[in-house]
Design a protein around this ligand. Structure first.
Ligand code: ZN
Length: 393
């Protein structure tokens, strides 16, 4: 009888891919997609928001990769550790998730004796007592190859790897001025900035080196993979209407619940590419529920993101382009969601303002802008070093 059950399990695990649990950093994680499917739930995956959803008749749940929350039947439940994406699989903390599933489906889930596989029906007492795993089960994976970027508290290591993200590109021109397009200005200045930062000894990586299109959500992922210490997304602002030629100035943004309608509008414009191309479910705003999910992670990088923002405003404002309002703002920029490091979106100036457009297109202007941003990075680097010294004492 036991043998028959084991044979059945062996067959089942190969045919249906039973949900597997693996240990990562000492915590058991379960493959949520297979777990949901084994309960007959319909699953979907939104690559832009990195949002996983499983829906059934009486139960639904969702996760966002990188955040320690599960949303189960309308309730947000905090998890002990964030969900992760590795080996093309979404892993969520097993213990808590299994409790939620157990309640939802009135089932006692069991692991096989080696705690490798979760069975969606109670297994017989006999096989529970048996102390060996079915032989066909492949050994549990060792720790997942999970990227560790940003897992250290901000400020605990030197600011070394700078990721510059030239906004837009390829089929997405960004804002269009009289003589130029945002995507080209962003790329030219990013290249100048790379030169200036490399000369100062930083490691620099651009999310794009050519006129190519990269999804908004992919950009912070590139930064994560590269183990970035700072993420700077470069853009040009734009307005329409009768005051078009008058509106001017730069503004530095961090990912934050927006305080003004103006900042909200800028975020909507920058996020627009999501809805214009490809993904018809894409959206241009972060919902209140998503803000809630993002908040915990933002907290970790908030202080350093603000530190850099302050340096940037200081070094940039004696240049040709003056600051707009306080020079700083916050809104839901999709390009910043998912960066596990201090991150800012920099609206260098208005492409809709003829004078600023001309300046941002001139060689001299681009060099000056790059120099100022590079100086801000240096200053930020030094401030973090000062802070690190106080930690070591
Ligand atoms: Zn832009």
């Amino acid at each position: 009888m036991i043998f028959a059950i084991l044979l059945f399990l062996c067959f089942f695990s190969q045919a249906e891919a039973l949900p597997v649990i693996v240990k990562n950093d000492g915590i058991w994680m379960v493959d949520i997609e297979n777990l949901a499917k084994s309960e007959g739930l319909t699953t979907s995956w939104q690559p832009i928001e990195r949002h996983f959803k499983a829906e059934g008749k009486n139960f639904n749940c969702s996760f966002v990769v990188g955040f320690p929350y599960i949303f189960a039947s309308g309730k947000a439940i905090k998890l002990s550790t964030p969900t992760i994406f590795a080996d093309d699989t979404i892993w969520v903390p097993a213990t808590e998730t299994m409790e939620i599933f157990s309640e939802a489906f009135s089932k006692n889930y069991s692991l096989d004796s080696a705690k490798r596989i979760l069975l969606s029906q109670p297994i017989s007492k006999d096989s529970e007592q048996k102390n060996q795993a079915p032989t066909c089960i492949k050994p549990a994976q060792t720790d997942l190859p999970i990227h560790k970027s940003g897992s250290e508290a901000a400020g605990s290591r030197e600011v070394k790897n700078i990721v510059i993200d030239p906004g837009h590109g390829g089929k997405d021109p960004g804002a269009i001025g009289k003589i130029s397009q945002e995507k080209n200005i962003a790329l030219s200045i990013a290249k100048e900035l790379k030169k200036a930062l490399t000369a100062k000894g930083f490691n620099v990586k651009l999310t794009r080196e050519t006129d190519t299109f990269i999804e908004l959500s992919e950009r912070p992922q590139i930064a994560n993979r590269w183990n970035g210490d700072l993420f700077i997304s470069l853009h040009c602002n734009a307005v329409d209407g009768p005051r078009k030629n008058k509106v001017e100035g730069f503004r530095v943004y961090v990912l934050r619940d927006p305080e003004s309608e103006e900042d909200k509008a800028i975020a909507r414009r920058e996020n627009k590419v999501v809805t214009l191309y490809g993904d018809k479910d894409g959206k241009d705003e972060i919902s209140p529920v998503e803000w809630f999910k993002i908040e915990a992670r933002l907290e970790k990088y908030k202080q350093s993101s603000y530190m850099f923002t302050e340096s940037l405003i200081k070094t940039y404002e004696d240049g040709k382009i003056k600051k707009m309002g306080s020079g700083a703002g916050g809104a839901g920029f999709m390009v910043l969601v998912g960066a596990f490091m201090p991150a800012t979106l920099f609206e260098l100036g208005f492409i809709s303002n003829p004078e600023e457009e001309k300046y941002m297109n001139s060689i001299q202007g681009q060099k000056d802008i790059a120099k100022r941003i590079a100086n801000a990075v240096s200053e930020y680097h030094d401030e973090i070093e000062e802070y690190r010294k106080t930690l070591s004492h």
